[in-house]
Design a protein around this ligand. Structure first.
Ligand code: AMP
Ligand code: MG
Length: 487
């Protein structure tokens, strides 16, 4: 079967990938298919559900026009440079032009070893693939830019991880898989001409408005800084902890990529870390903006040979562009936080302290992050204990609430509450619910996962009977929760 693939990466960037072949799955079975995304990509869900389609989604049969390849990249992992990483358990099949005319990469994760697997087995396990599916789709529904899952197919294999688990192949859809680490590789291993080819390819694919710009490489750096500033602000607004923000996991497109040890905040804690390997807390919730700047500095360094200008040196240009991160991040973040509080009156700056004080209160009271925003809109509707009933320091809360209500002025509280509910989710993939759903799925019961997906893909609309999905995790769960990279 032909999927309609194009192959611009393979054709343009020779030398920066190694062809690969997916493993044949002993017993392919479809676990989840994203029908809406399939249709958006011009694929036929009926075909993908047929035995021939399932064999393709499990990696057993390669679509006729696919050209599977493992992309090469480098990267800084926890601050240490690794000159060769590459797709150790992923294969790019090709690109499809979607219904909106956008070029999207279609790639497998977990389809077997590649030239970059080192000692890894190249496989993925069912729990991890389903976790990427549900968290990615939730992020998409929350309006956060992200790669998405087209399908999860189980392979019939048993894979050894923390324990033995069913093997699976995730089909991932991305604006592209170009990352900061791709540029780091070309900068260290390639020529300046190859770096220019890569940069031109990235510009044409993601920032076509820059194609004819005189200083287009500076423009590329600036555009990636801007899109990442907004992306990280969107993570901070929904309480998302990526968990492994290595430079090979930061895209040039500005999409969230690589759902490994990620988690959503339960009780608010700026120092929250979930990943078992992040022992130093490098990627804790509150560190995500400075880590993004650190990663973008690595991107700027890789671009240096292309940046020298008429009057400024390359380093001056790189520095100036990376320094734009904080003002951009800050504006995006403050705008999002104000919207979460229903605040619309100028000046925005006047609300900065109000937001900061609420976060301080959430931190000291360990309030449920997602639930608190939704509780505040309930309090506007008259449920005065919605948040107040969860805090100990009533004087501090009352004083804050008083200032908030003053800033809202004489606007109709019901109208404000409705606005807040359009940006504050009732449902996120809460860690305890995700783990419960994955455990059931490992035992062949997809019911809980399907119900969870149903909630988190319509995150703002409270559903009858959905109360349990909006409840905080039990405290003993939250405090002990640990996530794993290769899960
Ligand atoms: P990640 O932490 O998922 O970004 O992966 C970091 C690097 O390890 C990438 O080069 C991956 O391709 C590689 N990797 C992760 N898991 C495996 C695996 N099971 N087999 C081979 N390579 C892997
Ligand atoms: Mg990765």
């Amino acid at each position: 079967m032909r999927w309609g693939f194009e192959q611009t990466y393979a054709e343009t960037l020779s030398g920066f990938y190694v062809p690969g072949v997916p493993d044949v799955a002993p017993a392919p079975a479809l676990v989840l298919l994203n029908d809406a995304l399939a249709i958006e990509l011009g694929l036929d869900p009926d075909h993908l559900r047929s035995p021939a389609g399932v064999a393709e989604l499990a990696g057993s049969t390669v679509p006729d026009d696919a050209r599977p390849l493992a992309q090469a990249y480098a990267g800084h992992q926890f601050g240490q440079f690794n000159p060769i990483l590459g797709d150790g358990r992923a294969l790019l099949l090709g690109e499809l032009i979607d219904a909106h005319g956008r070029r999207r990469d279609i790639a497998f994760k977990g389809s077997g070893p590649t030239a970059f697997s080192r000692r890894g087995d190249g496989k993925a396990v069912l729990g991890a693939a389903l976790r990427e599916y549900v968290v990615g789709e939730a992020m998409h529904a929350l309006g956060v830019r992200t790669t998405r899952a087209l399908a999860v197919a189980s392979t019939g294999e048993q894979i050894r991880r923390e324990r033995v688990e069913p093997g699976a192949v995730l089909t991932r859809v991305a604006a592209s898989h170009l990352r900061v680490g791709t540029f780091e590789l070309v900068r260290t291993r390639g020529s300046v001409d190859q770096l220019r080819t890569l940069a031109d390819y990235a510009i044409e694919r993601h920032y076509p408005e820059l194609v004819d710009a005189e200083d287009r490489y500076r423009g590329l750096l600036g555009a990636v800084v801007a899109t990442q500033a907004d992306l990280i602000a969107s993570w901070m607004a929904v309480g998302f902890v990526h968990g492994v923000m290595n430079t090979d996991n930061m895209t040039i497109s500005g999409e969230t990529i690589d759902y490994g040890p990620c988690a959503f905040l339960d009780r608010y804690d700026a120092r929250a870390v979930f990943s078992s390997i992040d022992t130093g807390g490098r990627y804790q919730f509150g560190n995500q903006p400075p880590i993004a700047v650190w990663n973008l500095s690595r991107f700027a360094e890789a671009l240096l040979p292309l940046l020298a200008g008429q009057t400024e040196t390359a380093v001056e240009i790189a520095t100036a562009e990376v320094e734009r991160f904080y003002p951009l991040f800050d504006a995006s973040w403050l705008g999002r936080m104000r919207a979460k509080l229903g605040l619309t009156s100028a000046p925005a700056e006047a609300d900065r302290e109000l937001v900061a004080e609420l976060l301080t209160l959430m931190q000291s009271e360990r309030l449920d992050f997602t639930g608190t925003w939704r509780g505040l809109s309930r309090s506007l509707r008259g449920d005065l204990d919605a948040v107040r009933g969860t805090v100990l320091d009533l004087a501090a809360f009352d004083a804050w609430q008083e200032r908030w209500r003053t800033r809202l002025g004489d606007r109709d509280p019901l109208v404000v509450a409705a606005e807040m509910d359009r940006v504050n989710a009732a449902y996120i993939p809460r860690n305890h619910l995700v783990e419960e759903a994955l455990e059931a799925a490992r035992g062949d019961d997809l019911g809980p996962l399907v119900l969870l997906l149903d909630k988190v893909t319509s995150p703002y609309d409270e559903q009858p009977g959905g109360e349990a999905y909006a409840q905080p995790a039990p405290a003993d769960f939250t405090d002990a929760y640990v996530t794993y990279c290769g899960t």
